[in-house]
Design a protein around this ligand. Sequence first.
Ligand code: ZN
Length: 154
Amino acid sequence: MPDPLDALYRDVLMDHYHNPRGRKKIEEPDVHNEGKNPACGDEIEMELKINGDTIEHIHVGCTGCAISVSSGSMLADIVEGKSLPEVRRIAGIVKAMLVGDQLPDDVNLGDLKALEGVRKFPVRVKCALLSWTTLVDSLQVYENGSHAQVSTTE
Ligand code: ZN
């Protein structure tokens, strides 16, 4: 029997897949990072422009399956303008949602809710997580880089 909610979520996913957000490249990004999901063949290029502790701009160039591309597009939509701690919190929530962990009661998933059904397909969870793990890794790279700069000026 067709499930109307599933159809709705499929539309959300397909909209992100066909019109991915965050495609515009960033001039002089603070972080350039790449990620791969060899199990599926998904690849992602990510660039961040960070001001203080806020992500001012993000570029997500993802190629691969519909789930990886649409997840990366949602990520670009959501994290721009947010602080690094907030972005880390959201990445943690996405991961919890995808592996089936308990979510905080007050959380509003928005379009991300469309990815919830992916957890029924463990092979595809990696596709949905690719952009988020690359983002967390990018923040680590950024912070390590700044620490190194700080220590050389001392
Ligand atoms: Zn994939």
